[in-house]
Design a protein around this ligand. Structure first.
Ligand SMILES: Cc1cc2nc3c(=O)[nH]c(=O)nc-3n(C[C@H](O)[C@H](O)[C@H](O)COP(=O)(O)OP(=O)(O)OC[C@H]3O[C@@H](n4cnc5c(N)ncnc54)[C@H](O)[C@@H]3O)c2cc1C
Length: 404
């Protein structure tokens, strides 16, 4: 959607081709809602590998692996393990921060200019730690994060509760937290539908072809001529692939191997029952890897990463675990009888960097593989698509963000 927005603003005639009956109905539907510009460190880090074996043995672990006879699943896992070094993790973090800060500036500009309605708040984010060792580890990285441009401060237990009184209930379990005032939150689905409304108006309206599945590309002499769909062929000067985790099924047949595998995650959306018992600040429970965002009158809770397959089917056991964790953390916050469960497929890459930019086809661009940061990085990646399609260079370096 942001690719379409920036392409149209750059003067291109744009058509969005979508297999569903509307926009934002897949992974962007009920994600964590975090515009997490400073928290971009990849899952693949030096601390994660020792945690994996105990996680695999626990039913309520944040990570679950269901091995399959699938080359791409095993390749993802092996490349993920290889990426779990301090050097790679720091390199990925610096690349993602560059893109995230660029995205933040563009999001702030877009929110100021366009009549978007998506429960957007600039409320900051508090990551709280349950054990002293993890908190000390987080404090130790503060200087590094600051050197990369993140404004963050460490808070002790009382500081965490003073900032977010809804945490008082679990104060004894909090060792400390890191607060980042410059993080935002919003409802990603309503961002998409708002953007659609904006794009349908104005001097250069975007066209939408819904219920249309792209099935392949017609190409010759290093150029794409048409996107083939289950309804008709669509010709264009340029094509941008933004199909989330499904992108690989269109790219592999034309010889493009983007290292994307789905990491299934879950969310709950709950009506807030007691305004004071639900957090105002976006919260991350570091131990459980669960994020909380207040979106208008609702609380959005998201977490977990299942390495299973390409099906976004709900697992009631995972929903139960997530619901229990919310009950324990913010017990009076929400009406649990009206809980809306959801799951989606993060289009993840082993290193955690998206795959954006040019391909071996002169007029085919990729905007895929944003993993757990697709909402956060959306504006920057969309603007980059528009600049490249217009024959310009991107405004930031794409080093490490393109196809290898
Ligand atoms: C539980 C969970 C929590 C998350 N929390 C956050 C968060 O807090 N902050 C954040 O920044 N990110 C978060 N993410 C990640 C974020 O949601 C994704 O990175 C982002 O939604 C990916 O957007 P996308 O446009 O690439 O993919 P999608 O939103 O999946 O869009 C791809 C679209 O392509 C369409 N499509 C696919 N194949 C075809 C085809 N062949 N023909 C036509 N149309 C097709 C699909 O229908 C879909 O609409 C979370 C993800 C999950 C699962």
């Amino acid at each position: 959607m942001t690719s379409a927005y920036f392409l149209a603003r750059a003067g291109h005639d744009v058509t969005v081709v979508e297999r569903n009956a509307g926009v934002g109905l897949e992974t962007s539907y009920a994600n964590g809602g975090q515009l997490s510009y400073s928290y971009v460190a990849p899952l693949a880090g030096p601390g994660v590998l020792p945690k994996v074996p105990p996680w695999l043995l626990k039913r309520d672990a944040p990570l679950r692996f269901s091995p399959r006879l699938d080359y791409y699943q095993w390749r993802f896992c092996i490349e993920f393990v290889l990426a779990c070094t301090t050097a790679q993790s720091e390199l990925t973090t610096s690349r993602l921060l560059r893109l995230a800060f660029y995205s933040r500036a563009l999001m702030h500009d877009m929110v100021a200019k366009e009549p978007l309605d998506f429960d957007y708040v600039r409320n900051g984010k508090l990551v709280f730690y349950s054990d002293a060792a993890s908190f000390r580890g987080a404090q130790a990285t503060l200087d590094y994060q600051r050197s990369l441009g993140c404004e963050q401060q460490a808070l002790d237990r009382d500081g965490c509760v003073a900032l977010e009184p809804a945490l008082a209930h679990i104060a004894p379990e909090i060792a400390g937290g890191i607060y980042t005032p410059s993080e935002d939150a919003g409802d990603c689905y309503r961002f998409c539908t708002s953007l659609e409304r904006v794009m349908r108006g104005g001097a250069n309206p975007v066209q939408f072809e819904f219920n249309t599945q792209v099935t392949g590309f017609a190409h010759a002499a290093g150029r794409i001529h048409a996107a083939k769909t289950d309804r008709h062929d669509i010709e264009a000067d340029s094509f941008v692939v933004t199909l989330g985790a499904q992108s690989v099924f269109l790219l592999r047949p034309i010889g493009i191997d983007a290292p994307i595998y789905p990491l299934k995650g879950y969310s709950l959306t709950l009506p807030i029952a007691d305004a004071k018992a639900a957090p105002f600040v976006s919260i991350t429970d570091h131990k459980r890897k669960v994020v909380y965002a207040r979106l208008g009158e609702e609380l959005r809770v998201a977490g977990m990463a299942d390495i299973t397959n390409y099906r976004a089917d709900l697992d009631p056991a995972r929903i139960e675990v997530l619901a229990r964790q919310v009950r324990e953390t913010f017990p009076a916050s929400a009406d649990f009888s009206r809980l809306k469960p959801w799951c989606g497929l993060r289009p993840a890459t082993p290193k955690g960097t998206p795959v954006i930019g040019r391909t071996r086809y002169a007029n085919l661009l990729l905007n895929v593989g944003h993993g757990a940061l697709g909402f956060t990085l959306a504006c920057g990646c969309g603007k980059i698509m528009a600049d490249l399609a217009s024959g310009r260079n991107a405004e930031i370096s794409l080093d490490g963000l393109t196809l290898a």
